[in-house]
Unconditional design. Structure first.
Lengths: 278, 290
């Protein structure tokens, strides 16, 4: 693992010395006249599962785009294991060990599911980890897909991606990100568009990843399912962090209630919208 | 007459496909429209000529060296010029077109014009076939063209690297998500395209002479094929090459040779009016653009 693109042993030691795994400080992004993300700070420890929630347009996806390098911040900084990553392009950040999925799945519909795994398995990140060789890519692809619930006996992985239901497409996205062997995995609305049963079948996969020591950030609208697995939740509203804490405690906060409930928001308008949770 | 025309039309189609393939490959993988493409073609031909006549190298070595250097030229052009204007399509077009002009006019300025500037046939002789004489060089063009088309098709469909290239071609976001450097991919794409132009040059040039004009001509033909077939589509390049290749030869044989040039230009206008994305091309959905 040490040989990944510039991550020298010194960096790793500093991480163990108490450098935060991920630290976001005063992060902001302005698109023209719109402040999409404003002054967001948060810390993430190794092995944690952090949920990011908030109403539509509250800046959740922008925040994740800022961390993964797809959008450049207008203010603030992001440090991953002590190293500044907020000026790096996305492909460099991936090589440091931050992988992500997108809300909108874009598989190659005409290719079989397991052939879709080709691109992550060709990634320099993976080549960096295994020293240039990755054995039989198809076998690795099939193993990973089985891990995310592609039943091997039913040969689901051999079907064209275009013939798969949404639940499998989301799991394919998850498998593609997992193929990069990330240290931090960011999932952008993995549960959206899925039935309760489909979500229920994905939750154990995420729990298993956690048991393996994976650090995760999940953007979710499906709060009930998220709260069952998240250690901590950050709530965004109008680009600002309005709460940060364990799921149960966060949902009791007035600022969060008013952000989520339209009617309550009217009455809570007078309270300071920047109230930071402890 | 009919069979002879058909055979020469077939050869003409392979010439067009060879000329267009590199331009198409570069665009397909990286989205760079390399307007210096014709200049690379001419540069490879002059390179092979200079290495044989001035440096005295054996012809085979000269050809290999020239193809290699042209490929490197493509990579250098991306690294030192295009990379700095990457993403600004208009600037990319102007930069590549400017480079092409500079290279072609430099050759003209240095006096590389005349009948002595040509390359020898790689294979001599001819064969009498279905009532027409076809020389081995033209058969070689067909063979190389077919080999490239089939090779490229197999490569992009059945090898992992080819599939990865195709994936990147379809979706830059995916490339970035999985840690691939778009600049590196584009460097390879432009270099491959220049290399294909060089291969086309060394097999096609023996039929005529090398001149700066040839560079403009190749660029126009490559553009015509790609516009008609649909930019970035390999199937489109093949279909369009055959369409123009046959139309040109049959016009030449049955209507008049002075109409030949009109055929491809009219086809461009027609396709642009009816289906601007080309026969096999498709516009990207809005949501697919980053």
């Amino acid at each position: 693992m040490d040989r990944v693109d510039g991550v020298d042993p010194v960096d790793q030691r500093r991480d163990d010395d108490g450098h935060p795994f991920l630290r976001v400080e005063g992060l902001g992004k302005r698109f023209g006249g719109i402040q999409a993300v404003a002054d967001v700070s948060l810390d993430l420890a190794r092995g944690e599962l952090l949920g990011i929630i908030g109403p539509n347009g509250s800046g959740k996806t922008t925040l994740v785009n800022l961390i993964s390098g797809f959008v450049r911040p207008s203010a603030g900084e992001v440090r991953f294991r002590g190293r500044r990553i907020d000026r790096m392009p996305p492909h460099r950040i991936v090589r440091l060990g931050i992988a992500r999925t997108f809300q909108m799945v874009r598989p190659f519909y005409e290719l079989p599911a397991y052939k879709n795994m080709i691109i992550p398995l060709f990634s320099p990140r993976v080549r960096g980890l295994v020293g240039g060789k990755y054995g039989d890519r198809d076998a690795v692809a099939l193993d990973l897909l089985e891990e995310v619930g592609f039943e091997r006996d039913a040969f689901v992985a051999y079907k064209p991606a275009g013939a798969l239901p949404q639940g499998y497409l989301k799991r394919l996205e998850l498998a593609k990100a997992m193929a990069l062997e990330p240290e931090l995995l960011i999932l952008d609305e993995l549960f959206s568009g899925l039935s309760l049963a489909e979500v229920a079948s994905i939750v154990p996969i995420i729990e298993k990843l956690r048991q393996g020591g994976m650090t995760l950030i999940m953007i979710e609208h499906r709060l009930r399912e998220l709260f069952r697995i998240a250690d901590r939740v950050v709530v965004l509203n109008h680009g600002r962090k309005i709460a940060d804490g364990p799921p149960a405690a966060v949902m009791e906060m007035d600022a969060v209630k008013s952000a989520y409930l339209g009617a309550a928001a009217e009455t809570a308008e007078t309270s300071d919208p920047e109230t930071e949770a402890p | 007459m009919l069979i002879g025309t058909a055979i020469y039309a077939l050869i003409n189609s392979f010439i067009l496909a060879l000329m267009a393939m590199g331009f198409n490959l570069t665009f397909g993988i990286s989205g760079v429209a390399n307007f210096a493409y014709g200049a690379f073609y001419v540069m490879a031909a002059y390179g092979a000529w200079i290495f044989t006549h001035k440096a005295g190298l054996p012809y085979g070595v000269a050809v290999m060296l020239s193809i290699g250097l042209t490929t490197m030229g493509g990579a250098l052009m991306y690294r030192f010029v295009l990379m700095r204007v990457r993403g600004q399509t208009l600037s990319e077009v102007i930069a590549t077109f400017g480079m092409g002009l500079a290279i072609l006019e430099l050759f003209r300025y240095m006096g590389f014009v005349g009948f002595e500037y040509t390359l020898p046939n790689l294979v001599e002789g001819s064969v009498f076939f279905l009532g027409v004489y076809v020389d081995y060089q033209r058969l070689l063009i067909v063979a190389v063209g077919a080999l490239m088309v089939v090779g490229l098709w197999l490569f992009t469909r059945f090898t992992s690297l080819g599939l990865a290239f195709r994936g990147i071609a379809q979706d830059e976001r995916t490339a970035l998500t999985f840690g691939m450097d778009p600049d590196r991919i584009a460097t390879i794409a432009v270099a491959f395209g220049a290399g294909l132009a060089a291969i086309a040059a060394v097999v096609i040039v023996p039929l005529g002479t090398i001149s700066p004009e040839e560079g403009y001509d190749v660029l126009i033909k490559a553009l015509a094929v790609c516009i008609i077939g649909g930019l970035g589509s390999t199937g489109g390049v093949i279909a369009a090459s055959f369409l123009i290749g046959f139309a040109e030869r049959f016009t030449d044989a049955y209507i008049g040779s002075h109409w030949t040039m009109i055929v491809s230009l009219a086809a461009i206008l027609l396709v642009l009016a009816v289906k601007p994305s080309g026969l096999f091309g498709h516009q990207k959905e809005l949501e697919e653009r980053i």
